[in-house]
Design a protein around this ligand. Sequence first.
Ligand code: C5P
Length: 406
Amino acid sequence: MALAGKRVLLIVSGGIAAYKALELIRRLRERGASVRAVLTKGGAQFVTPLSLSALSEDKVYTDLFSLTDESEMGHIQLSRDADLVVVAPATADILARMAAGMADDLATTVLLATDKPVLAAPAMNVRMWEHPATQDNLDRLRRRGVRMVGPNEGPMACNEYGFGRMAEPEEILAAISRHFGRPAGALSGKRALVTSGPTHEPIDPVRYIANHSSGKQGHAIAAALAALGAETVLVTGPTAEPDPLDVRTVAVTTAVEMMAACRAALPADIAVCAAAVADWRVASRADEKIKKGEGGTPTLTLMENPDILASLSTGPDRPALVVGFAAETEQVVANARAKRERKGCDWILANDVSPETGTFGGDANRIYLIRADGQETWPEMSKTEVGQRLAEAIARSFQDAGDGVA
Ligand code: C5P
């Protein structure tokens, strides 16, 4: 009974995935947790209060104003009378209302009033998920500490394919279990910092310089380190990748912000810099949109961005093991060796990102692991497998070094 005595307040909002909330309640209760449900008006279009109530064996709360009566449980009480608030499914609409701090129904009032951790399982159409408005709302919520589980990629009820399917009940259950107690693993007690994704360097309020990094590799590494028990912080530039389970994700936009977030995450035992950080930023970003035709074609003056990997490798709080990436298009191993020395990191994972390899944005990666004392060539494998293999190599290096310097 891993969750014995834990009290979960489950907010069910209006998406087709609401039916999975019923299964989630059943599984939470099987593990000893108690569940109290709040159903939004939209949620009630998909599941009935009766079914939620039957499974939770508790009253289901739906109406803000029926709770204002002193004889009823107040919404503040409802929000505080839980160890964890779970929003599943979390539609684009409820995420927007949470981000805006609205309190226009019982669910959002509870979310604004709560002082308890909040876990959300987003569920929506892929275009709604990818819309900048939704991504901005997710960034704001993550910055406030709301944890996300999913969404997953796959076919959707609306006949489209992509990210937006709600995480399965067992995945949400795993995230809840991890919230209440991290599983012991080979990296238990270790702190890890991972950078991921591209950075966006603004030119003016609407334009920016960026690159094709998807964040898949960095996110997979963070997930794999967390799965081995490391307390993991993922500092990520803008990406459509869902937050990995059991990882504290910090969303940033620019290289300068990424550097500040990495510094704030120290001390750490392990740092893996997988982000494709822009080498330059625009020296003076225009405050207003640069207009065509005024003063001819503009010239952008660039200035160098901080090198996060080099700074982590040589800084005062240097993690015991610092790992960098080398994305090369020629002389992959020779260039990576030189880079390892130049940056001062311990290991470099080198990969060939020539356009014909499909590595950037793709699912597979072919890696050369370069250390001071040798090199390994890994067979082509998925980015998830690269993450797992790297996490295992990191765990081994700490074991071999008797928990000292890797
Ligand atoms: O110098 P280059 O960009 O090829 O180095 C790649 C490695 O350095 C990657 O690990 C990347 O995350 C890291 N890097 C960084 N900060 C920068 C540039 C690169 O952390 N400004």
